[in-house]
Write a protein that binds this ligand. Structure first.
Ligand code: ATP
Ligand code: MG
Ligand code: FE
Length: 344
């Protein structure tokens, strides 16, 4: 099937065409620069940017794919979770297209779409697979038995998301928003073992109650305190070492619990997705630990890790191929759609 995907949950307006598991057209506009001076995404600004970019992105993706909108078999759209006003622009656009073109509409979960993105690089997902989703607003450990309809949550962050921690630590280090890529770059010249930052929820007691959960707020506070103590003492802050040690602490807990989930559940495949998956140390440590544990690791190219329309089209395409019925045209935008609700 040829499926059109529309993404507008945060600050990226993504539109893409996917045939089966092949990406044939992909257009992306971002309002990230407009939010930078506020140090975070401003919902009103994001919604307006989606409105301005939606039609140009539909035209660009269509031209790249060499297909008219009318050629598609179905339309998939992110219906949640995300910013309500931002989601509404994508959902309203998709509904309008579905009505005008008389095509089935699939409301898909943004988080499941992050996991599904990898089919565009490496073909159908092995099922079951453990999936680690690490993005700006979420950090989840999942068991995927059927990417189109059966995703179970093993655990999640009990406070900050991993990406959120990156953005906050970047601010303390005086690096621009969004912080992830800047910390990643700074960390290349640093020593990941220089500073022993805490690993949240890994004590023996926490491993009983929060075996597959994460916590990054204690780590963030530890970094802030460490940097402030340096500044108070009038000493220079070794930005590269702090960045490398912080990134190592994040990558360590993320991969440790993901590998543990695989071995305890007897699942030998791990899928990693979401914006933080772009992180160099996370990719390297995941590769090393999976190789040691005999787990097959799948990580998509970086462009497919951050928000895009391709992952939405990819998940919609899986729903069509598996014969799932379309969503209702009254489909709402749901800002807090739970991760286990793959289709809305
Ligand atoms: P969600 O998917 O939970 O709704 P989101 O869509 O805003 O949130 P993504 O686009 O998936 O999140 O990811 C953005 C996050 O990824 C930001 O917090 C950003 O700092 C982080 N990030 C991007 N590149 C890197 C990197 N190289 N290292 C670490 N973090 C990164
Ligand atoms: Mg973004
Ligand atoms: Fe996202």
């Amino acid at each position: 099937p040829l499926v059109l995907g529309i993404e507008s949950s945060c600050d990226e307006t993504g539109v893409a065409f996917v045939r089966g598991t092949t990406l044939v057209g992909d257009a992306l506009a971002s309002s990230v620069d407009e939010h930078a001076r506020f140090g975070g995404v401003v919902p009103e600004v994001a919604s307006r940017a989606h409105l301005e970019s939606m039609i140009p992105m539909l035209e660009r993706a269509s031209a790249e794919a060499g297909h008219r909108l009318d050629d598609v078999d179905a339309i998939a759209v992110t219906s949640g979770p995300g910013l309500a006003g931002a989601l509404m622009v994508g959902v309203a656009s998709a509904k309008a297209l579905a009505l005008c073109l008389d095509k089935p509409l699939y409301g898909v979960n943004h988080l499941a779409a992050h996991v599904c993105a990898d089919v565009l690089d490496h073909g159908p997902l092995p099922e079951p697979t453990v999936a680690l989703l690490v993005s700006g607003g979420h950090t989840n450990l999942l068991v995927v038995r059927d990417i189109a309809s059966d995703v179970e949550e093993l655990g999640s962050t009990i406070d900050d998301a991993a990406g959120e921690a990156y953005d906050k630590v970047a601010r303390v280090l005086g690096l621009p928003y969004p912080g992830g890529p800047h910390i990643d770059r700074a960390a290349r010249d640093g020593d990941p073992e220089a500073i022993a930052f805490p690993r949240g929820l890994t004590s023996r007691k926490d491993m009983e109650r929060h075996r597959f959960d994460y916590s990054f707020s204690g780590l963030k506070t530890a970094v802030v305190r460490w940097v402030e103590a340096r500044e108070r003492a009038g000493e220079p802050v070794p930005v590269a070492d702090v960045a490398a040690s912080f990134s190592h602490a994040v990558a360590d807990v993320l991969t440790r619990k993901a590998v543990l989930a695989c071995t305890e559940l007897g699942i030998s495949d791990l899928q990693i997705g979401g914006g933080v998956t772009a992180n160099t140390q996370l990719r390297e440590l995941a590769e090393k630990r999976c190789a040691e544990a005999g787990i097959r690791l799948r990580v998509p190219r970086i462009r497919l890790c951050t928000d895009n329309g391709a992952m939405v089209a990819a998940l919609g395409s899986q729903m069509v191929m598996r014969g799932l019925p379309p969503s209702d045209l009254a489909l709402p935008a749901d800002s807090s759609l739970p991760v286990a609700s793959v289709q809305a």
